[in-house]
Design a protein around this ligand. Sequence first.
Ligand code: NAD
Length: 472
Amino acid sequence: MGDSAQGMTDSEERNGKGRAQVLSGEPLTEGGAAVAEATEVSLPPQGDGPAVQPGRPPSGVRVSDLEIVKHYFDAACDRIGVPDDVRAVLRSSYRETVVQIPVRFPDGKINVFRGYRVQHNGARGPYKGGLRYHPDVDLDEIRALAMLMTWKTAIVGIPYGGAKGGVNCAGDKLESDQLQAITRSLMDKIDKVLGPNRDIMAPDVGTNAQVMAWLMDEYGKLHGHTPAIVTGKPIGLEGSYGRESATGRGLVYLYREAAPKLGLSPSTTTAVVQGFGNVGSWAARILQQLGVTIIGVSNADGAIRSDAGIDVVKLQESIEQGGKLTDFGGVETIPPDDLVAIPCDVLLPAALGGMIHEGNADRVACKLILQGANSPTTPAADGILRDKGVYVIPDVMANAGGVIVSYFEWVQNMQHFRWEEREINDKLGNIMRRAFREVDTAARQKDLCLRDAAYEVGIERVIDTARTRGYI
Ligand code: NAD
């Protein structure tokens, strides 16, 4: 494909689900006199998880990420005949760490946050997965995202297991000092279960390169300089060229794979992007550089539309300078709920899970959904989209670009050697294309959709490795 998805590089150039309490965390005291004692946290059981009947999509508008991931896991296990005992191992996490993070805010009060690190499965290598700061973060969400990482790393064939972390704080609303205090406190409490050969964190919703730098620094105080303890670091702190844009770029590589199947060419393709953060803004900018016209964009502030095209490079500059998405000139502001209904070729969800659901999937009017976000569609929505003939490239492979370049960053850190960005983008393209072709072949051979085929490929690879090691 001539790698035109390479186009724009990092060097040329980063929430509102439900809850009312913006900063989250629970103020512990009045006047901040009392300090909480560290408490042992009892974990909710993980064995059965939400009551989802295998083969029956969980329904309702609000479906949790865990219901979504377990639904697809169970359905794949049924199809490939995974024995119950093996399924029980893979359905639950290996280790779940939950810690209390009390942080004193400038008003003198201590706010108590909850920090999580879930290590789902390490058969294929060290645990790997992002760290999410969002008020809605809870143990079940982190369990779901950790499990998704296990299949994702297996599907794209990189030597990692699956993990995820989070803190129930609003990463995009807190002051830098508060974020730093939460981040360092989290590392102090979970460092024992991390390590460059044990578990490596990376950015996700509400976290960024700066948060990774604080994590690396705090780990270094405890264990000596260890850049490979986190990925997604700033370039000046042994981060990797191409990491910031990697997830968005990976999505564009897959757009290039799917476009000919759907009769799309970039110069006539229109796209709508839900969520204009790291993933969405990079995917939008690289698509625009290919010639795609971006006609709708949303973020937590609202949604905008212009059938003539939104200049997403200028939009990104405006947001970086402190502008609101909805104040961007020359576009129409629309109700956020209407974004998914804009007629377009490509819909790229890149915000939070479950945003395309039973209640709005029939309004979707695109040919291709490129899933940047994790679990952006519920199983019921997937059924509706399938009936409408929408081609879906699922999260579990579509957004793997981030973890692939995180892998490259980790390799560079272990070798204390830096690769050029073009080399990284080429290698990323090769892995994304190979994964797409393997999953597409499996889908055609078994007459499955890409998501079902991808889950089967991932689960079979993990079981194979776990058996070879003698774990199961
Ligand atoms: P981010 O915090 O940089 O961006 C999230 C964006 O979503 C922000 O623009 C935010 O305003 C927007 N948003 C929040 N609530 C919204 C709503 N109700 N409607 C519309 N937009 C809303 O996060 P990110 O790193 O870009 O991650 C986005 C998604 O991609 C998440 O699901 C994440 O798990 C997934 N993902 C990220 C990476 C990565 O490398 N960063 C890798 C794989 C998957």
